[in-house]
Design a protein around this ligand. Structure first.
Ligand code: ZN
Ligand code: ZN
Length: 797
């Protein structure tokens, strides 16, 4: 037996004895149930404390029902040919409602056959409405958040082999394809971007398609959140308006992964009442879900704070152990470099056990050609490949059914994504194992120590704010160009419409005439906004040398993430920014990982414009409203990875920017602070620490990540005269995150307090109050003071 490697000794990881005894390649015994594997993993000496929770989700029996009487026999036969004898009950319930013209939000788990629920009524209608010579009757529009998903849907519809004219309409379509889709397509697959830029502005050419529109299917609609969600909600309202002009009132079918309150989310998105269908009647095997927390290391991080072992290192160990036990395992890692590192480390560990094993682990990097993807799928299915480390890019375009276990190196940020990734494990009704390995941050730490937050009723709501004037304005212009706006449209676009219209008229973008508001500009109104960007002209990331546009960054975050010298991770690739040209909206970047990350330091000031709502909590006050945030990025820090040790600071010369947005804030009066024993000296650190941790935990209740929001805390704020902690939306006009924080304040701030109290560090660490995006090098921070402060606030409630 090989001696343990240095890494294994240091971390108490992979146990050689265990690995050797559990794998006998010559006569492979039947594996133990996957649930038992967890105990095997956590039983390794030194790892006893890492498993924080093990949940056994019992297997679920399928509930099958008869096909609806109206279902077209040839469509039923086509599903039958794919092995679907009868639908599951939730599919039939959603299909019945949609067929009857009720708008539906179907929110059930991964692999619960959501497509059948809308394909059955949609295809049936198309077939029934077709003329005797095959001419088009009813039409269906399918919207996916990405091109790849629409392509995937296309091939699945083609595999079904029914006689319906299905086609995609996207940025890659040729002119002929687009013309054909418009004139003959019955089931057109597209995305909200094409609807916004092409179909709606050119609606007169699409009039026959739109006038016959029976169904609008909005797939994977949990993607529509934040500013993007607000944009899409207006694109759908514009679609409804134009369809009505051609005499059509399509039925909306929304499909999403399980989220909190799909009914409210669906209504916000479409502006229509929707019927939620959430009871999942598809079968599932037993799922063992392990929550896992890496230990503190002996390394000192920023300001001497203890640092947890990296989730990716821990994941590499677990991947190696599972592969050694002949368990087909997929590990999700945030970046491409990370995925390669995990695969390499795991292979290295296995090499010491059995020289044949390292070859059975690979990294999946995204950007593969279809045949390469199929080869990986094939070798996973055959068992030739036992372990795969992948970025989230894998979520699209690869079928990895047939896995036993999934490891998540860090919470993917949203519940829907979490369950989608966990749902990759389990062969049919076979047992599955999911392991969530916590990253060193407040949200992950909270989740692995509060299993209810992950496994109980969802509290994380998909939020966006259709009333945001920065988002609504350009869509009103686009709508006016599509057909002049009248007062009859106010109800459709919401209560802020009238004010925003007045503003657009004052600024000369729209003209008010007796018959309504008109767009008289020569430009295309749809070009005023990019629905994927949060306002302002996005900055393009251009690769030096090739000139290739790799992606874009919102104008609002370019200063802090794309300044010269910044290390930027885009779709798992690491780049270093060479130069940021603010006039041209271009950042020139170079591929390469310098081994450190960068954080911008900025000076932020906030002023209250208007308080919209408030609650008094004893002597304290919780408010939600409009604020102006003034930012200036003044320098950046280079931090060694892993560890976060500061390598140096470099000044930057960037202009100040102001942001009008929404915020949630709370105040505590001086006498309450005194009574609790907090002195003037304690206050800045206490408020700052409470702010950091609360930002880290807002994603618990809202579908944002900590990069979508910012905070400011001060011992005495000029506008309130007392200690105030602000958390604001990082996008112009707000994306709904601060509002959600206000509405769920009790839950959110209680979780913040618990996280601070429960953290095992002495005076603050990345798992509780330190923040990687702090503009002040995480100083001052007072962990004890923050707990006292939040205690006052929550006790008063
Ligand atoms: Zn801590
Ligand atoms: Zn800070």
């Amino acid at each position: 037996m090989a001696a343990p490697t240095a890494a294994q000794v240091a971390v108490g990881g992979l146990c050689q004895n265990r690995v050797v005894t559990t794998t006998t390649p010559a006569s492979r015994p039947r594996r133990r149930p996957v649930g038992e594997l967890v105990h095997q993993l956590s039983g390794v000496p030194g790892r006893e404390d890492r498993l924080t929770h093990l949940e056994e989700l019992p297997p679920r029996e399928a509930v099958e029902v008869d096909w609806p009487a109206w279902a077209a026999p040839e469509i039923v036969a086509a599903f039958g040919a794919q092995g679907i004898e009868r639908p599951w009950r939730h599919q039939a319930v959603a299909a019945e409602a949609a067929y009857a013209g009720t708008h539906v939000a179907l929110a059930t788990g991964t692999a619960s056959g959501k497509s059948l629920a809308y394909q059955l009524p949609a295809l049936t209608r198309i077939r029934a409405a077709r003329g005797s010579r095959g001419e088009r009757g009813a039409t269906v529009l399918y919207l996916a958040p990405t091109k790849a998903l629409a392509q995937d849907q296309l091939s699945r519809l083609r595999d079904l082999g029914v006689d319906v004219r299905v086609t995609t309409h996207d940025g890659d379509s040729t002119r002929e394809q687009r013309d054909w889709a418009r004139d003959h397509g019955e089931y057109v697959l597209t995305n909200p971007d094409m609807l916004h830029r092409s179909l709606l502005p050119g609606h007169s050419r699409w009039s026959r398609f739109l006038g016959a529109l029976d169904y609008v299917i909005v797939d994977e609609c949990h993607h529509y959140r934040g500013v993007f969600g607000a944009h899409v909600s207006h694109v759908l309202r514009r679609l409804r308006r134009i369809c009505a002009a051609y005499g059509a009132t399509p039925t909306f079918v929304l499909a999403s992964a399980t989220v909190a309150d799909p009914e409210a989310a669906g209504e916000r998105l479409t502006g229509l009442p929707v019927l939620p269908v959430t009871a999942d009647d598809s079968p599932r095997g037993r799922v063992s879900l392990a929550l896992w927390e890496p230990p503190l290391t002996t390394f000192a991080g920023e300001n001497g704070a203890p640092v947890r072992r990296a989730a990716s290192s821990e994941t590499a160990d677990l991947l190696a152990d599972l592969v050694a036990s002949d368990v087909r395992t997929l590990a999700f890692v945030r970046s491409r470099n990370g995925a390669e590192q995990v695969a390499m480390t795991a292979a290295g560990l296995l090499a010491e056990v059995d020289p044949s094993l390292p070859g059975r682990i690979a990294a999946y990097r995204g950007g593969y050609l279809p045949e390469e993807r199929r080869a990986i799928e094939q070798s996973l299915r055959s068992g030739e490949l036992l372990g795969l480390a992948a970025t989230n890019a894998l979520e699209l375009g690869i079928d990895v059914s047939g896995l036993d276990a999934v490891i998540l190196a860090g919470y993917p940020g949203r519940r829907a994504a979490f369950w989608q990734q966990v749902g990759r494990a389990g062969r049919g009704a076979g047992d599955a194992l999911g392991i969530l390995v916590a990253r060193d941050d407040p949200l992950d730490t909270y989740l692995v120590t509060h299993p209810d937050a992950l496994l109980g009723q969802p509290v994380e709501a998909t939020v966006f704010d259709p009333g945001n004037p920065y988002v609504l304005g350009p869509h009103l212009c686009a709508a006016a160009q599509e057909s002049p706006l009248t007062e009859a449209d106010f109800g459709l676009f919401g209560p802020t419409t009238e004010d925003v219209l007045a503003h657009l008229t004052d600024s000369g973008l729209l003209r008010k005439r007796p018959r309504g508001w008109f767009w008289t500009d020569r430009r295309r109104a749809a070009d005023l906004t990019d629905i994927r960007s949060a306002g302002g002209s996005p900055v393009q990331l251009v690769e030096a040398g090739t000139g290739r546009v790799v992606g874009t960054v919102d104008a609002g975050s370019a200063h802090s993430t794309a300044h010269a010298g910044a290390v930027y991770v885009h779709r798992g690739e690491t780049y270093v920014v060479q130069d940021l040209d603010l006039d041209e909206h271009v950042a020139v970047i170079d591929r390469g990982d310098p081994g450190y990350t960068t954080t911008a330091r900025e000076i932020t000031e906030i002023s209250i414009v208007a308080e919209r709502e408030h609650e008094t909590w004893g002597d304290c006050r919780l408010s939600y409203g409009e604020v102006d945030v003034a930012h200036q990025v003044v320098s950046f820090l280079r931090r060694r990875q892993p560890g976060g040790e500061v390598l140096g600071e470099e000044p930057l010369d960037l202009p100040e920017r102001t942001l009008r947005t929404t915020a949630v804030w709370w105040t505590v009066p001086p006498h309450a602070l005194e009574d609790a024993g907090l002195t003037a000296l304690d206050l800045p650190g206490a408020a700052h620490a409470a702010e950091h941790c609360s930002i880290g935990l807002l994603p618990l209740v809202a579908t944002c990540d900590r990069w979508d929001i910012g905070g400011v805390s001060t011992a005495v704020h000029p506008d309130t005269g007392v200690l105030t902690v602000f958390v604001y939306d990082g996008h112009p006009g707000g994306a709904g995150f601060a509002e959600r924080g206000y509405r769920a304040a009790r839950r959110w701030l209680s979780a913040t307090l618990e996280t601070i109290r429960a953290c095992e560090c002495d005076s603050g660490c990345p798992s509780c109050i330190q923040s990687p995006k702090c503009g002040n090098q995480n100083q001052p921070l007072d962990k004890h003071g923050a707990a006292v402060l939040l205690g006052i606030l929550l006790r008063s409630h």
